[in-house]
Design a binder for this molecule. Structure first.
Ligand code: PHE
Length: 447
């Protein structure tokens, strides 16, 4: 019998719900559509898909197997597998990325929570949806309060632990999310004028695809699958040996991709039906969908509440995984108890997020990376630099240091249908690091 003092997922379903819950989040419903809009629709989507299959899935396998093998947090995992080497820095970078991402993630999630309660406002708005949204996020105290409320929910769940917190809530919340999304799609694609949105989303035009677009697709793939920062290492560390890592990686990536696609079907037809701008940026979801709800008449009110509730759920199951990565480090390495680690880190992350919120309003003059405001800059830094770099280093670690033979051996314990083999090691050793490297070079203008 396996005796463990460490928390464990109680079932495969519970693990998949939690890992898919981590993957499916604002990245799918809020970020994916506006990135697709910005970088030219269907051509971007195709590149993104290829990246998910050839880069995302192998890295998902890699993180899970490293976690299960070492049974440690992101930093500890490298210390166990490569003692006395500086490889743990890769894990440390991941934890740093966790702080950064959750700080602004919870600000956006706070907007979603607020919008559950603001439906009265946007239902009565006529064509003023953009103004209402901007009014909300540019005010000073209100969004910070919603950001705090969201962080409190997150802290509550993570403090309750793996099985009784993260797993239990993910199993209830994820199926609800899928149902609500389906209902919204039906409404959106049947709006008059929806066809143009579908064409934009589904008809590829490769002339619109830039090097920056490909980097964005890479960054989005990492972000949406929660890769490159140790999240799946931590979730893998709670995984039992009998669980099937290769098939679960497909389930998680498949579910994530499906939801991102569906989100596009809910959003683009509506964007075009209302004559809005598909590349409108971070506000897209918060401006277009309320317009759809208002157009539905009185039932729209109900759908509005439902949708922002859904967005909150999706954000919550992802945010808890980010908080778990950061907390697990202090639980394992500093031997803090779970409650202490979660509360202290939760509060620090909340405070770190305040500038991102103020950057929409009173601090909107502060521009950091390439004219981006604070929130957008952090998002850019994390997704386009830290996560791909984390993924790159992880491949170098497995491919050239620790060895793909050991990796394959670990992943195949419990693997029933698909097993990792030479394709996996070829991708990890050569294809992925080279691809990430080239994308980097071309996006900084080397060629
Ligand atoms: N995957 C989450 C989303 O798509 C975000 C996330 C990134 C969560 C990194 C954990 C780690 O919203």
């Amino acid at each position: 019998m396996e005796i463990k003092t460490r928390g464990n997922w109680s079932s495969q379903i519970g693990f998949v719900a939690a890992a898919a819950g981590s993957a499916i989040g604002l990245g799918n419903i809020w970020r994916f559509p506006y990135i697709v809009g910005r970088y030219g629709g269907a051509a971007f989507v195709l590149v993104y898909l290829a990246i998910i299959i050839f880069i995302g899935v192998p890295i998902m396998n890699s993180e899970l197997l490293i976690g299960r093998k070492s049974e440690r947090n992101a930093v500890g995992a490298f210390k166990v597998l490569a003692p006395g080497t500086p490889w743990f820095i890769v894990g440390a970078m991941g934890i740093l990325a966790g702080f950064i991402i959750l700080s602004y993630y919870s600000v956006v999630a706070g907007w979603a929570v607020a919008y559950i309660f603001k439906s009265g406002l946007y239902m009565a708005a006529g064509a003023e949806h953009a103004n209402i949204f901007v009014g909300h996020i540019t005010s000073t105290a209100t969004p910070v309060i919603w950001h705090a409320i969201f962080m409190l929910m997150c802290i509550g769940i993570v403090a309750a632990g793996i099985e009784k917190g993260i797993e239990k809530y993910s199993k209830i919340l994820m199926p609800m999310l899928v149902l609500i999304l389906l209902v919204l799609i039906v409404r959106s694609v049947t709006l008059p004028g929806a066809g143009k949105g579908l064409a934009f989303y589904l008809k590829p035009d490769f002339s619109k695809l830039s090097a920056e677009g490909i980097l964005a697709a890479l960054g989005q793939a990492f972000f949406t699958l929660s890769l490159g920062m140790g999240c799946m290492i931590v979730y893998g560390s709670y995984l039992r040996k009998k669980e099937d890592i290769p098939i679960n990686s497909y389930y998680i990536a498949g579910a994530d991709t499906l939801i991102a696609f569906l989100a596009g079907f809910a959003i683009f037809p509506a964007v075009f039906a209302f004559g809005l701008e598909p590349g409108a940026g971070p506000g897209l979801t918060f401006i277009t969908l309320p317009a759809v709800f208002a157009a539905m008449g009185p039932v729209g009110h109900f759908f509005g509440i439902l949708f922002f509730f859904l967005l909150t759920i999706a954000a919550l199951t992802s945010a808890i995984s980010l908080l778990e990565v950061v907390s697990a480090y202090f639980i394992d390495e500093a031997k803090w108890n779970r409650k202490k680690a979660v509360w202290i880190m939760g509060i620090i992350i909340f405070l770190l997020g305040v500038p991102s919120s103020l950057g929409q309003g009173v601090w909107s003059g502060v521009k950091i990376i390439g004219g981006r405001d604070i929130l957008d800059s952090l998002d850019f830094l994390a997704n386009n630099a830290l996560l791909p770099l984390g993924g790159f280093l992880l491949c170098i670690f497995i491919g050239w240091f620790w060895g793909t033979t050991k990796a394959i051996e670990e992943a195949n314990i419990g693997a029933k249908s698909i097993k990792l083999g030479t394709t996996y090691s070829f991708l990890i050793k050569y294809v992925i690091p080279i691809a990430i490297f080239i994308v980097f070079l071309s996006s900084v203008g080397v060629f």
